[in-house]
Design a protein around this ligand. Structure first.
Ligand SMILES: [Ca+2]
Length: 353
């Protein structure tokens, strides 16, 4: 029996509904000049930028919705096709860079939707157990293990976890523990030992996006959970006990844009021990899309502020649908809709405020 805890009870004691919790209108910060306007995909509707990951100075870009799926690599100013899948396989729907600096690639519709994980040479690292297993929709890497979502949970080498829920919308690891996010249904978050409900707010899409990092710089990993349906991001702070057995704090950050929290990304902090949390909304500002950064380190006893760092320039392009941070750069995808090719912008990473 999995104990269930409602997140809303966790956040109910936090300051809420005051001016301090609202981002309010903000100007774009002029600290991150784009190195180039953008790089575009080659095929209409291929979903260029659906997934992004950095390895060193190279940016890996998934374009899963073309047939076949494709992975591009941007090195310097040169964009090249690195891998193509076979058929309608969604190659590149997910990407992750491991602690050993290898890039792994999800291919969730491969082989009658059994799914597979490829290494960067197109060799199979892990394959789905049966048709419709959909292995590899999303990927997460801990220091030692790779976790891939399946149609009902996650798989990792010989281990698998069936959450008996819908197809997960997100996965991350916190302190080595895999956490699944579900935007709909009773459970918003689930680990092997515990699940968190979404309470009465059934439209919040709490669990749509996840990111882990040490937001307060206390040496213990924390979790950020996006709720873009209600323009919120919830922070769960780990304790010195093993996560997630004890949650010392929960904070809710409220945005005033359309889908604040749609995308989350972690950036290793500069100058202190805390990580930075970056937040994307592809529908912000009348459809231009925007990207925010939380002030760092976060004080768990106060609602953190978020500054808008980048603002999209093309309506309905979906700028901010996905994000990836390296030590020196920020990549932001405008995945686009319909027949759009999608594009990815690369920015110098602004100094921490
Ligand atoms: Ca922490």
């Amino acid at each position: 029996m999995i104990p269930t805890l409602t997140l809303l009870t966790l956040v109910a004691c936090q300051p809420n509904g005051t001016d301090d919790t609202s981002l309010g209108p903000q100007d774009t910060v002029e600290t991150g000049a784009p190195l180039e306007p953008a790089w575009e995909g080659e095929r209409a509707g291929e979903g260029f930028g659906t997934a992004l990951t950095w390895r060193g100075d190279g940016l890996w870009i998934g374009a899963p919705h073309g047939v076949p799926g494709r992975v591009y690599v941007l090195e310097g100013d040169a964009l090249s096709i690195h891998l193509e899948g076979t058929g309608d396989d969604l190659l590149g729907f997910s990407l992750v860079t491991t602690s050993e600096d290898t890039v792994l690639i999800g291919r969730p519709w491969a082989d009658e939707r059994a799914g597979a994980i490829w290494d960067e040479d197109g060799e199979i690292v892990l394959a789905g157990s049966s048709s419709d297993a959909r292995l590899g929709g999303y990927l997460a890497a801990s220091e030692t293990d790779l976790f891939a979502t399946t149609a009902t949970g996650w798989a990792s080498g010989v281990n698998a976890f069936d959450a008996a829920a819908r197809v997960p919308d997100a996965i991350t690891t916190v302190g080595g523990i895999p956490v699944l996010g579900f935007a709909w249904g009773d459970a918003a978050l689930q680990t092997e030992e515990r699940s968190w409900g979404r309470g009465d707010d059934t439209q919040s899409e709490l669990g749509y996006s996840l990111a882990s990092g040490d937001w307060d710089g206390d040496g213990t990993q924390d979790l950020a959970v996006g709720a873009p349906g209600t323009q919120r991001v919830v922070l769960l702070f780990g304790s010195s006990e093993s996560w997630p057995e004890v949650l010392s704090e929960a904070l809710t950050i409220e945005g005033d844009s359309a889908r604040f929290g749609h995308a989350l990304a972690t950036a290793a902090g500069s100058g202190d021990n805390a990580d930075e949390l970056w937040i994307g909304d592809p529908e912000a500002d009348g459809g231009l899309g925007a990207v925010w950064r939380l002030s760092s380190p976060v004080d768990p006893s106060a609602v953190p502020t978020a500054e808008q760092v980048f603002l999209g320039t093309i309506a309905a392009a979906g700028f901010g649908a996905s994000l990836a941070l390296s030590d020196s750069h920020v990549a932001v995808a405008a995945v686009g809709q319909g027949e759009s090719t999608g594009s990815v912008s690369r920015f110098s990473r602004p100094e921490s405020p």
